[in-house]
Every structure is written in C-alpha cells, then in structure tokens.
Design a protein around this ligand. Structure first.
Ligand code: NDP
Length: 419
C-alpha cells in the first residue's frame, strides 16, 4: 500500500504511470501532477476504468519549490517520482527534504539556462576540475548526499534505462560474473523508424543538448574529451542488425567510475542514422540549438525551445514507429584469474510497446525502470539514507522486476568487442 506523487506527464511519465497501474498492490494511490493539468486528467480518465490504483491529478510548476512543497503537504505521498525534466531535479529535491519524503528521478540535473552567469561560474570551475564539458553532471545532486542522509531519506538518481538499467547490469556483472571489471562499453541502439525526416525519441531539447555536446569517456582515472560525434564505430546488434554508433558523454560513466572498483575504461555509444546527424548539424550551424534567448519581433524566444515546438512530440511517435531497441553493456575483466567477456542487454520492440501502453520503446525502456525503481523503494528493498545511483543497490530484485514487467535481459558470453 502506498501513495506516490508523479511529477510530469510526458512520454516517459505516461509509460511509468501505465506500469504503476498494472501493479496496484504496490501503487495503491497515485497523484499525477504536471504543468499542463489537462494531460494528467486525460491519462487518469483513460486508466481509471482499467486499474485498482486510485488516481488523482494536480497542477504544479515544479520550478517553484514552494508549489511542490504545498502539493506534497496536501497529498502526503510516500515517494515523489520526478519524471518532468532535468531542470526541475533540485527544486523537487529541496521540496522532498522540507517535507521528509523519498525522491527519485530519471535524469541528472542540468540548468535550463546555460548562460546564466550565476550557473556559468560553477560550470566553468567544474569543467576545469573534472575535465569534461557536458552541461549535465552529478555534482549538483551529489551535493545533497549529507542532507538526505541526515534526514533519513533516500534519493534514487537516474532510474531509467541509461542511466538506470545499464548501471544495474554493471552491478550484476560485478556481483555475479567478475572478480574485476576492466572495461565497460555501454551500447544504446535504437533501430526504430518513425517515418519522419527528423524527430527525437524523447524530449527534443534535452536530447539535442545531450548529443550535440562534446563526447567523453573515462580512461585510466581521468576523462578524455573529444569533439561531438568524432568517434564512430559499427556494431551488429542482436535482432536489429548493423548500425553506426558514436561515442557520447553520458552521466552514468561518472558514477560508475566511482562505484566500479578498478575499472580502467568506460565508454558510451549511441546509434544515429546519417539523416539525423545531417539535420542536427544543420540546425546547430544556423543557431537553432542555442539556449541563449534572442529577440524576435519584440518577443524573447530561446531557439532550442522554439525548435521543440516545431518538432513532432515524442509521445506522438508511438503509432508510427517500427523496429526494435537494443541497449546493454559489454564487459571485459577477470574471473578466477582468467580473462572474461560478457554482454548483458535488452531488446524491446516499438510496436509491442505501443500495443501495451500506447508509447514507443524509448519512452517504454525509460518508464518501466522508473516504475521498478519506485517499487524497490516502496517495498523497502532499496532504502538507505542518502543520494544514490542505481549501481549502489542490490541489482537482483530490480532485474527480476524488469524481467517480469516488460524488459527481460539477454546475455552473450562471447560478444564481439568494440575496438
Ligand atoms: P516530455 O517533454 O515528454 O515530458 C516532460 C513532462 O514534464 C511534461 O509533462 C511537462 O509538462 C512536464 N514539465 C516540464 N516542466 C515542468 C515544470 N516546470 N513543472 C511541472 N511539470 C513540468 O519528456 P520525456 O517524458 O521524454 O522525458 C522525461 C524525463 O526522462 C526527462 O528528464 C528525460 O531526460 C528523461 N529520460 C531519461 C532516459 C533514461 O534512460 N534515463 C531516457 C529518456 C528520457 P508540459 O506538458 O506542460 O510540457
């Protein structure tokens, strides 16, 4: 029995809420709150006749901590699931601390306005110290570790697929397969086709900021940064086939470097088609990916936000997308003194996701782990005071839950390695 407050009602949240409603014995009451309440009302009306979970809705601007505090105080949840945008992570964490409630999210914090001078100074200091220049990183949320610990509250960060399940795969490999993990390659392949010349599979603004940033990887105890999209490899993915993939900076590299003892190298690759890259480069060249506001006919607009308004809503891609995703981790290392390789991954079918919950597989592969992570917290399996990433918890019950609720793992004991 639990009461959960979900903040956000977009592509990922919609899947997570669908899945929570399939597990009413854990998620007995759920409040869906977002900036646009009509979306929450529509989803609640669709799901209420099919579930025993008691659904209510609310309007909240989660940029405003006081509004979140007022909502938490009136609803009295056991857990807040933040499935809005990374920009809201800190204001929602602050509200959870004030109200004494556990917290979780699916992506680490990044400031919305990357040119805000107050933020810029912190960012430039971090770039110098850490050695990578992506806008998102864990330092903002790790700064809350002591506060959550002393309040006796748990904050679970980045519980989607990547970050999220990929870290559970690492914890699993560390626990069951290796004495020492030497290298980790995280491969994120989307073999889906939505038929549009250009669209992103999750929030366009967050997605384009992520993939247009310089790439980086962890090697021999430090970050190595490379120009965006400058390292390309080909890989033949199970059930998808041969794809081009590019090395990106990704948040879980940062926490895995801390939590997998002795790891020598961690890289993250994501597949992109040539059409996506050509569109992105063109948009970048003409300034459409900029986060700096400009004046247009007397009106202030942020180019990347304007672009978001023009692009297809990721939630609308569901009925059009065909094909599969394949996301997982390839490990090398040692077991009982012997060299060993191991690949754990999940394959997810866009059309099957749409039939089940009305969404494409990118939202599905993020929303299902969010539900399973919430379940770990609500059933007491992952509670420890402080701020943690997924690999810091026991992976076994989480991976069992994923197997059961739609994202079963596959494994390959002699995978082709990425050079
Ligand atoms: P969407 O843009 O589809 O949805 C975002 C939702 O948050 C919308 O309902 C939006 O409301 C709401 N929202 C935005 N700002 C506010 C605010 N200030 N107050 C309250 N609600 C707000 O995004 P996605 O569903 O695609 O992505 C959700 C999260 O999942 C993102 O953080 C993304 O980075 C993360 N993600 C994580 C992945 C992983 O594997 N870990 C993979 C993919 C995504 P409105 O409708 O009014 O705009």
């Amino acid at each position: 029995m639990s009461r959960v407050l979900v903040i956000g009602c977009g592509g990922v949240a919609s899947v997570a809420i669908h899945k929570c409603c399939q597990v009413s014995e854990v998620f007995s009451e759920l409040c869906i709150a977002s900036r646009t309440k009509e979306k929450c009302d529509k989803l609640a009306a669709e799901l209420s006749p099919k579930t025993k979970t008691k659904l209510t809705t609310a309007k909240v601007n989660a940029d405003n901590t006081e509004e979140v505090i007022a909502l938490i105080r009136s609803y009295q949840p056991d857990l807040v699931m933040n499935i809005a945008l990374p920009y809201q992570d800190l204001s929602i964490m602050d509200a959870c601390l004030t109200c004494g409630v556990n917290y979780m999210d699916t992506a680490n914090y990044e400031p919305e306005d990357t040119n805000d001078p107050k933020w810029r100074a912190i960012y430039e200091k971090r770039c110098k110290e850490a050695g990578f220049s992506a806008y998102f990183d864990y330092s903002w949320q790790w700064a809350y570790r002591e506060k959550f610990k002393s309040a006796g509250l748990t904050a679970l960060l980045g519980c989607g697929f990547d970050p999220g399940v990929t870290q559970a795969y690492c914890a699993w490999a560390q626990k069951h397969e290796f004495d020492t993990i030497e290298t980790i390659d995280i491969l994120d392949c989307n073999g889906g086709d939505h038929g549009y010349p250009f669209a992103t599979n999750f929030n366009p603004e967050v997605n384009l900021r992520e993939v247009s940033a310089p790439g980086s990887y962890w090697e021999n105890g430090k970050w190595v940064e490379i120009p965006a999209m400058s390292v390309k490899r080909e890989y033949n993915f199970d059930q998808v086939g041969q794809k081009d993939m590019y090395l990106l900076h990704h948040e879980e590299i940062e926490s895995l470097a801390e939590n997998i003892p002795g790891v020598r190298r961690i890289r993250f690759f994501m597949t992109f088609g040539q059409s996506y890259l050509t569109h992105m480069k063109c948009l970048e060249n003409v300034g459409m990916l900029s986060t700096t506001p400009i004046l247009f006919e007397g009106c202030e607009i942020v180019p990347i936000q304007f672009l978001k308004a023009l692009l297809p809503d990721p939630a609308s891609l569901g009925p059009r997308t065909k094909g599969k995703t394949n996301i997982g981790c390839i490990f090398t290392g040692k077991k009982d003194g012997q060299n060993k390789t191991y690949y754990m991954y999940n394959v997810c079918d866009h059309e099957a996701c749409y039939r089940e919950v009305g969404s494409q597989a990118v939202s599905y592969t993020t929303g299902v782990p969010a539900m399973c992570g919430a379940m770990m917290l609500l059933t007491g399996q992952w509670n420890k005071p402080g701020v943690y990433t997924v690999e810091e918890f026991n992976p076994d019950p989480f991976l069992d839950a994923l197997d059961r609720y739609g994202l079963p793992r596959s494994e390959n004991r002699s995978p082709v390695l990425v050079d």
